[in-house]
Design a protein around this ligand. Structure first.
Ligand code: CS2
Length: 458
């Protein structure tokens, strides 16, 4: 039946096609439910089109290009679904098409480059320096961006803003350093030009966006009466806090609820520690205890307690005005408890060695500096250690080092894993012992998790 329905495109859902003024790297579900959604809802949306380049999933460009960049956002709350076509992506391109990226970054009308390239992609890629020096095309998103910036300088197209939307503290400066390191390895003059002409904006981004399922695709056909091969499902909540300059302009994202602040750190930490930190605890502790989704794990009192204890520790170090920590925590319990959003723990569990560095380590360090043990933060590391011991194939940018650590035993194994997050802390026997002791509690996967899963709802 669904094959008779028309494919979603700009005939089915006529939408203005705004000129490309934003280039995005990392065309995934989160980019579409977040930055593309905010751009669609800016008061001046008609002036701001996005050309979005794929990262890990090149096929995403083909699917989206076949529907003129259009896709459906399914906003899923406890009470039901609403459907909206988003048309702000006017060009969907395979990330390997470096020529098109360079052309667009160098175009004078391009004012903003946004990034969702994952936490792991900000590391130094020496190979890209070699390729850039040899005049060949780099393979990483930041390497490709540097090539685009070089072309922008050469064509005198002026300043622009690079906006990191990845879950990293101080993500604007992390992006600045990563880009500068690559550029300096190639051409000192380019590094200087970037320093004076490119503004790196820091942001805190938030919208829970689980992976789209075949059932979601079928639901959109049934309810919207068109075929959309690439809908995204997201929670109703969304948040975007930004800090930095936009020398060549930007969409009026504030019309869509984005907030511009001078000091972003408290907002970043609130989100990275309370939301993402809790996610990581649930991902490992929850799966060890037999759960599959965030909502299921949260309904298990053992997991909920680990989260609440971590929130208590982290909250002591969140002291910005107006952060509203009690309300934020209460809202998180509601958001995580939205059982219609099937947010899979396995999706969150990946890339631990970069994620826990942002989510557990700062709280552990702050607690130790305050003379306390940091037990709840150490538990996040402990449940990862247990989980990765039982699931050695877990995707991670440092998977070789994780595998090597797994060949060791006891405290040595814990110290080697901890060293991937924080080399200094790994040298402290008391911390290694604490993490080791805490991992013991979660090691047994045969805990009767399902029996407790319908217990306390958040
Ligand atoms: C999650 C995030 O996968 C993960 O690591 O913690 O993707 C989280 O869902 C988003 O940051 C929510 O805004």
């Amino acid at each position: 039946m669904t094959t008779e329905l028309p494919r979603l495109n700009r005939d089915v859902a006529p939408d203005r096609r705004a000129p490309v003024r934003i280039v995005h790297l990392g065309l995934g579900a989160f980019h579409r439910s977040h930055q593309a959604w905010f751009t669609q809802h800016a008061g001046d949306a008609g002036e701001w089109g996005i050309a979005s380049f794929t990262g890990r999933r090149p096929d995403a460009a083909e699917v989206l290009a076949a529907q003129d960049g259009l896709f459906t956002v399914v906003e899923r709350s406890d009470s039901g679904d609403t459907f909206e076509v988003v048309g702000s992506i006017v060009e969907a391109v395979d990330g390997a098409n470096v020529d098109r990226l360079v052309e667009l970054v160098a175009a004078p009308q391009t004012a903003v480059v946004t990034l969702t390239i994952t936490e792991a992609a900000y590391g130094f890629a020496a190979d890209d320096v070699t390729l850039l020096r040899a005049g060949e095309k780099p393979t990483t998103p930041l390497g490709r961006l540097v090539l685009g910036l070089a072309a922008r300088r050469d064509s005198d197209a002026g300043s622009l803003a690079v906006v990191s939307c990845d879950n990293l503290s101080d993500n604007g400066n992390v992006a600045r350093r990563a880009v500068a390191d690559l550029a300096r390895g190639v051409d000192a003059g380019l590094a200087d030009w970037i320093d004076t002409s490119v503004s790196f904006v820091s942001t805190s981004v938030d919208r829970i966006t689980p992976r789209t399922t075949p059932e979601d695709v079928a639901l959109v056909s049934e309810r919207c009466r068109y075929r959309d091969a690439a809908p995204v499902v997201a929670e109703p909540f969304r948040n975007w806090v930004l800090s930095g300059d936009f020398p060549a302009g930007r969409p009026r994202w504030e019309d869509a609820g984005a907030v511009f602040v001078d000091h972003i750190e408290p907002y970043e930490n609130r989100k990275l520690w309370l939301l993402n930190g809790a996610h990581s605890i649930l991902a490992y502790a929850g799966q060890l205890r037999g759960h599959t989704t965030v909502a299921e794990a949260l309904a298990d009192p053992v997991c909920l307690q680990a989260v609440e204890e971590f929130w208590d520790e982290a909250s002591r170090h969140l002291d910005g005005d107006g952060l509203g920590i009690p309300e934020y925590r209460a809202a998180l319990l509601d958001r995580f408890g939205n059982s219609r959003i099937a947010h899979h723990l396995a999706q969150i569990a990946t890339d631990a060695s970069t994620k826990l560095r942002m989510r557990a380590i700062p709280v552990l360090r702050a607690e130790r500096e305050a003379g306390r043990s940091g037990e709840a933060a150490a538990r996040m590391i402990a449940v990862w250690a247990s989980f990765v011991g039982a699931n050695p194939g877990l995707q991670d940018p440092q998977s070789d080092a994780v595998a090597e650590a797994n060949n060791l035993a006891g405290g040595e194994r814990i110290a080697s894993l901890l060293a991937l997050l924080d080399a200094e802390l790994a040298l402290e026997p008391a911390i290694v012992k604490l993490v080791e002791d805490l991992s013991a509690g979660f090691e047994r996967a045969e805990v009767p998790a399902r029996a407790t899963a319908s217990g306390t709802a958040a």
